[in-house]
Design a protein around this ligand. Structure first.
Ligand SMILES: NC(=O)c1ccc[n+]([C@@H]2O[C@H](COP(=O)([O-])OP(=O)(O)OC[C@H]3O[C@@H](n4cnc5c(N)ncnc54)[C@H](O)[C@@H]3O)[C@@H](O)[C@H]2O)c1
Ligand SMILES: [Zn+2]
Ligand SMILES: [Zn+2]
Length: 361
């Protein structure tokens, strides 16, 4: 059977998204069909619309979602209809060279559904990050479903499916922020604020939030930043050094992905410090750095994909922290919107008016 649902489609580079009827097939072998309950608007959806991720238009956007499994295909054993799940874009294969070496969070061959979701004229859609959850139903590989406690509200829990996990993990997993560390986070959107929260959970003593928008900085303080810097008005590198005895931070996290911001992060870290790039750069972005400083300062320059998370390990644990009141996921939900409001949510993202707009069904 084919299900007709409404979905948010990016037809062409830079064009406003449209809400269209999309056709979702029943799950085949290894696949699961999920009734989407909530899906957050992530900056990566906008990168897709702008052609910054790939040219495989049209895209079915949305990838930060929670919902209920409605059907599973042949051979699926990890979930069954009725299960409450967060969708993930890291269904690990267990067989690639990284999985076999015991490092599945770097899996080089993650699973997605094999069947396609199409427009009514048969045009195949490329689902954002292999998910495509700005639609009433999402067809995914069963490994993309992580069961969590159904007591967690979908609008909050879904955010663990991308941005919040990416930020938390950038701090805790990739940056290895530890008790007593000093941290600077550049860009305080959903991802950056999650890096602030992750640093707080990990026991950082100083957490410096950097943004060009004062509203974002106020929210970053509420999330646990100990200091804020508006880098449109102040030299962020100097200010960070001033707050850290002249040395710089142990971990500098770039949650923007612009060359200028990356350079600030690079210069704002202490000797032997770590720079983590979690913001996604544009395809043409280039950065020039003094090689002697790359060498001389020691430490490491790392990238963080999805916060180096392992969904099966991390989602249920983080949902527990949320339900215990130790991780305020609700604070990331600025507004709940309908499917027709995704384009407007992109505008709000640009103007800095929201942390996360979340589509609820
Ligand atoms: N690596 C991953 O796995 C992963 C996952 C999700 C999102 N991302 C990426 O992370 C980035 C942030 O995503 P988001 O959803 O939080 O976006 P967002 O648009 O909500 O937030 C971006 C923030 O950066 C700030 N900013 C912009 N230019 C700046 C500058 N020059 N200096 C300081 N701050 C600046 C903005 O004011 C805003 O607060 C995006 O590039 C997104 O694609 C990466
Ligand atoms: Zn693998
Ligand atoms: Zn995302």
């Amino acid at each position: 059977m084919v299900h007709e649902v409404r979905g948010v489609v990016a037809r062409d580079k830079g064009e406003a998204v449209t809400v269209e009827t999309v056709l979702v097939p029943d799950p085949g072998p290894g696949e699961a069909l999920v009734d989407v309950q909530a899906c957050g608007v992530c900056h990566t959806d906008l990168h897709y619309r702008e052609g910054g991720i790939s040219d495989e238009f049209p895209f079915l956007l949305g990838h930060e979602a929670a919902g209920l499994v409605s059907a599973v295909g042949e051979g699926v054993t990890n979930v069954e209809p009725g299960d409450y799940v967060i969708l993930n874009w890291r269904a690990v294969c267990g067989q690639c060279r990284s999985c076999l070496r015991g490092r599945p969070w770097y899996c080089f061959n993650t699973h997605n559904a094999s069947q396609s979701v199409t427009l009514t004229d048969g045009t195949e859609l490329s689902p954002a990050l292999g998910i495509g959850a700005f639609a009433g139903k999402a067809l995914v590989h069963s490994g993309q479903c992580t069961k969590v406690d159904p007591a967690a509200a979908p609008a909050a829990a879904g955010l663990l499916g991308c941005g919040v996990m990416a930020g938390l993990g950038a701090a805790i997993n990739t940056g290895n922020v530890s008790r007593g560390d000093t941290v600077a986070v550049f860009g305080c959107g959903g991802v950056g604020d999650a890096a602030i929260v992750g640093s707080l959970l990990a026991g950082a003593r100083t957490i410096i939030a950097v943004d060009i928008n004062d509203q974002k900085l106020e929210w970053a303080s509420n999330m646990g930043a100990t200091h804020t810097i508006n880098s449109a008005k102040t030299d962020a590198v100097k200010a960070i050094k001033g707050l850290t005895g002249g040395f710089g931070v142990d971990v500098a996290i770039d949650a923007v992905g612009h060359p200028e911001v990356y350079k600030q992060a690079f210069k704002a870290r202490d000797l032997a410090g770590t720079v983590v790039l979690v913001g996604v750069p544009g395809p043409e972005a280039k950065v020039e750095l003094p090689m002697m400083e790359i060498f001389g300062r020691g430490g490491s320059l790392k990238s963080s994909w999805y916060g180096d998370c392992l969904p099966s390990r991390d989602f249920p644990m983080l949902v527990d922290l949320y339900l215990q009141g130790r991780l305020d996921l609700d604070a990331f939900v600025s507004e709940t919107i309908g499917l027709d409001d995704v384009e407007a949510a992109f505008d709000k993202m640009h103007s800095g008016g929201v942390l996360r707009s979340v589509v609820v069904f």
